[in-house]
Write a protein that binds this ligand. Structure first.
Ligand code: ADP
Ligand code: F6P
Length: 467
């Protein structure tokens, strides 16, 4: 494969983020690091095997960056100014659409100038794709930040095959209808030939909303538009590179790191583990409360048990995220300071992202994985944990409000709003007989290995490219 950037591409992924973020250190040294989030985890292996171009923002405001070749595909940066970051990314994407699409867990904020900027930036992304796409190319638009791109792109380049995949849930019409620009968003995304959602509930929510547009008809996975076009709409539950994750976890380096980590944690008998972006949709407040109460009542023994929680910094300038960070710091500090154990703190909490090897080592030492979002499109962490656990000797506690719950039916299921219910389920998951846990783990691992990222990408793209 050529190492130089191609002028045109026949396969393009366009997402708000590139797979790597450009970061400047204190000494003005520039480096690149993996961008946060499940979208990048899922699409990186797809691009590495298919090649093509990935168009997106490089994470640094007010900087122009030249295209470059990276791990078998081309990276085409799209610039965002500081004002775009404030209004398009932090504003409309993450303080309007994100909470609205996550069941309004936080109150969505509506500002007309954010909407204007959202439209402007979506046009910029569409323009960047239009310039790079070969005649008849396949373009795969990703996620809520770019919901207007399919329509803008179709206006510029009617020759393209355009697919769109929403990584987050699509809300019920009763919530979506609050959006002052609801028709424009739906018309924007209907510029696609194929629309993919995480689970069937999102498909029916979307069709119900689309049918409210004048002269639009929709039923059974199809929407017919007044101009005669037909858009297919279907669920494609996203997944991970399960084999890659398993092999990484079983490598000698990761095993050695796992041993070291266990030792650093004080060689506890039992390790509970959570890892999330620090996002209010992930249900961290309830999780920490439930586990804190279990330590407090000595149903979990701080002399033998540790809860390791990693939180990736995310959207740090958005008010709800700042408040969440403060709350978790306080809660963890209080639980640790009130513990009877002098030997160790019950909660080991780190606010940082770690290399994939370290994360795989953490999955290796975790006896219980706790995934408790209040709402989540899928949740790849749950699937990564399963892929890493070849010995079937552990358990997964999973929120019924994660898309993953529809596939991982054997998990210890919880309602993350029910603190007592979560406490009881955590204890059950720890204390169930090993053969019960092994049976559950085997069934869930089979699901993850048989429905991996290749199957996800192949099924979407085959459908998109077939007429
Ligand atoms: P989301 O896309 O909402 O962030 P997912 O669970 O689907 O949630 O995906 C999160 C991805 O980010 C996973 O691949 C996970 O391994 C990775 N990740 C989350 N937290 C960290 C962290 N602290 N360090 C490294 N990777 C992380
Ligand atoms: O998977 C949901 C998602 O919002 C992606 O679209 C996004 O790239 C990721 O989480 C991380 O969020 P952000 O790009 O805002 O850091």
């Amino acid at each position: 494969m050529s190492e130089s950037v191609q002028e045109k591409a026949s396969f393009i992924v366009v997402a708000n983020r590139l797979p790597v973020d450009r970061v400047s250190g204190d000494d003005d040294q520039v480096s690149w690091r993996t961008s946060p989030g499940g979208l990048v985890t899922a699409l990186e292996p797809v691009m590495q095997s298919r090649g093509g171009a990935w168009i997106g923002w490089h994470g640094a405001p007010d900087e122009q960056v030249e295209p470059f070749h990276h791990q078998g595909y081309d990276i085409i940066p799209v610039p965002l100014s500081s004002q775009d970051v404030e209004q398009f990314y932090e504003g409309f994407s993450n303080a309007t659409l994100w909470p609205l699409f996550h069941d309004c867990i936080a109150e969505p904020v509506f500002h007309r100038e954010w909407w204007d900027c959202f439209r402007k930036v979506n046009r910029r992304f569409a323009q960047a794709v239009a310039e790079r796409a070969d005649n008849g190319a396949t373009v795969w638009v990703q996620d809520y930040q770019l919901m207007l791109v399919p329509q803008y792109l179709r206006e510029l380049r009617p020759d393209l095959r355009i697919g769109f995949f929403l990584h987050i849930p699509f809300p019920p019409p009763e919530l979506f209808s609050r959006l002052p620009w609801r028709s424009e968003i739906i018309e924007g995304v209907l510029g696609s030939d194929l629309l993919g959602f995480q689970f069937p509930g999102c498909v029916s929510n979307f069709i119900r909303v689309a049918r409210r547009l004048p002269d639009v008809e929709g039923a059974r996975g199809r929407v017919h538009l007044p101009d005669g076009r037909m858009v297919s709409i279907k669920a494609f539950p996203i997944s991970i590179d399960a084999v890659g994750m398993r092999d990484l976890a079983n490598s000698p380096e990761v095993r050695a790191e796992a041993e070291k980590l266990r030792h650093e944690l004080g060689d506890p008998q039992t390790i509970l583990f959570g890892v999330d972006r620090l996002d209010y949709s992930k249900g961290l407040r309830g999780r920490v409360r439930a586990i804190g109460e279990l330590f407090d009542s000595h149903q979990l023994d701080p002399e033998t048990t540790v809860f390791l929680q990693l939180a990736t910094p995310s959207r740090e300038r958005v008010e709800e995220y700042r408040a969440l960070r403060g709350d978790i710091d306080l809660m963890v500090g209080r639980i640790n300071s009130e513990s009877d154990s002098l030997a160790r703190s019950p909660i080991a909490y780190r606010y940082t992202s770690v290399p994939r090897e370290t994360l795989a080592a953490m999955y290796q030492i975790a006896d219980l994985m706790i995934v408790t979002p209040l709402r989540d499109g899928m949740n790849l962490v749950a699937k990564e944990y399963l892929a890493c656990r070849s010995r079937n000797d552990s358990a997964l506690v999973l929120s019924e409000f994660a898309g993953a719950a529809l596939e991982l039916k054997q998990a210890y299921m919880v309602n993350p709003y029910d603190i007592d219910g979560m406490k009881a389920t955590i204890l059950k998951a720890l204390n169930d007989p090993p053969r019960v846990k092994a049976r559950k783990m085997r069934a869930m691992r089979k699901q993850v290995f048989e429905h991996d990222i290749d199957l996800w990408a192949d099924s979407f793209l085959t459908e998109l490219e077939s007429d």
